[in-house]
Design a protein around this ligand. Structure first.
Ligand code: GLY
Length: 307
């Protein structure tokens, strides 16, 4: 059996979860279990306003969560989108993968499945994110009561959405050499109800293949959907391109479409990794079984060429 040095790579906001994920890997656990465990920690953390509980809501004040998980060895995948009222969307995504004949379930159907499997319910809108929502509404001349009465949301959404699209990525390589990836998010803050980003779309915001590596995105998800970014990145790894070049190429692809914040993390099948961004000051984190705590590293900055 091939032996690999376990490693987990994450977007910067995943740092606090890495020690728990590594504990799973150093005890011989699977990459799949590690990325799910890491994602759950951030989903339950109300201080991360871009993921899970405490995530920013849509324009109506409803927290709609997207998540996906990919097993790079079997290419089994599971995803949920616009899930409301549950604490661990990533585990519902895993249930889609392991307990249904499907790969992607959304909205009321996702909530129904969550209920059916006994997933933990929660109120994802916290007092502090509710306050932020009310402030954003006030800044565009609306209140919670007025927005609910509106027949047309589009004119308001055009003003409520700004560059606020967090998300957390976890890519793991386990001791057997298997790779898995997980992505979970509350999506674009104050979005149109039902908007789905790249995070639950396998191949766009999340993809891995144990033979070549893994990639996952944060930032403006519409760009990852349009460029099929994560699958393209893994395809580039398959050609032998190193992770730093793969990450740079992904940001260049995004920059070619629009000027919007976009980030990627990349992990090769051998455990090499890199991350890139088109905004200054962004970081990513990684940890191996030999480390006591995660390393926080700068992302490669790929600016947009003047046109
Ligand atoms: N990348 C997260 C989103 O656009 O929803």
């Amino acid at each position: 059996m091939a032996r690999s040095v376990p490693v987990i790579v994450a977007s910067g906001n995943g740092a606090s979860a890495l020690p728990s994920g590594l504990r799973i890997l150093v005890r011989g656990g699977s990459a799949l279990d590690a990325v799910e465990a890491c994602a759950k920690i951030i989903e339950a953390d109300p201080t991360d306003t871009s993921v899970g509980r405490g995530g920013k809501p849509n324009v109506l004040g409803e927290v709609e969560l997207d998540a996906s998980i990919v097993d790079g060895t079997t290419h089994r995948t599971g995803a949920v989108a616009a899930l409301r009222g549950y604490l661990y969307p990533i585990s519902v995504a895993r249930a889609v993968m392991e307990r249904t004949p499907h790969v992607f379930i959304v909205g009321e159907g996702a909530a129904r499945l969550a209920r059916e499997i006994g997933a933990e319910r929660t109120q994802n809108l916290t007092p502090s994110t509710r306050k932020l929502w009310v402030e954003r509404l006030r800044s565009v001349g609306e209140t919670p009561a007025s927005i609910r009465r509106r027949a047309k949301l589009l004119p308001v959404v055009r003003k409520t959405v700004r560059e606020e699209r967090g998300t957390v990525n976890f890519l793991a390589l386990d001791a057997r050499g298997d790779i898995a990836s997980a992505v979970t998010t509350s999506g674009w803050a104050y979005k149109y109800p039902g908007r789905v980003g790249d995070s639950p779309i396998v191949g766009a915001g999340n993809y891995c293949d144990t033979r070549y590596g893994a990639a996952a995105c944060t930032g403006y998800g519409e760009l990852a959907i349009r460029n099929v970014t994560a699958k393209t990145a893994v395809d580039r790894l398959a050609t032998g391109m190193p992770p730093d070049m793969v990450a740079r190429a992904a940001i260049a692809d995004a920059n070619a479409l629009e000027d919007a914040a976009f980030n990627i993390v990349v992990l090769s099948a051998k455990g090499a990794h890199a991350a890139a961004t088109n905004r200054k000051g962004r970081r990513y984190v990684w940890m191996t079984g030999a480390m006591r705590e995660p390393t926080i590293a700068p992302r490669i900055l790929v600016g947009r060429a003047r046109r």
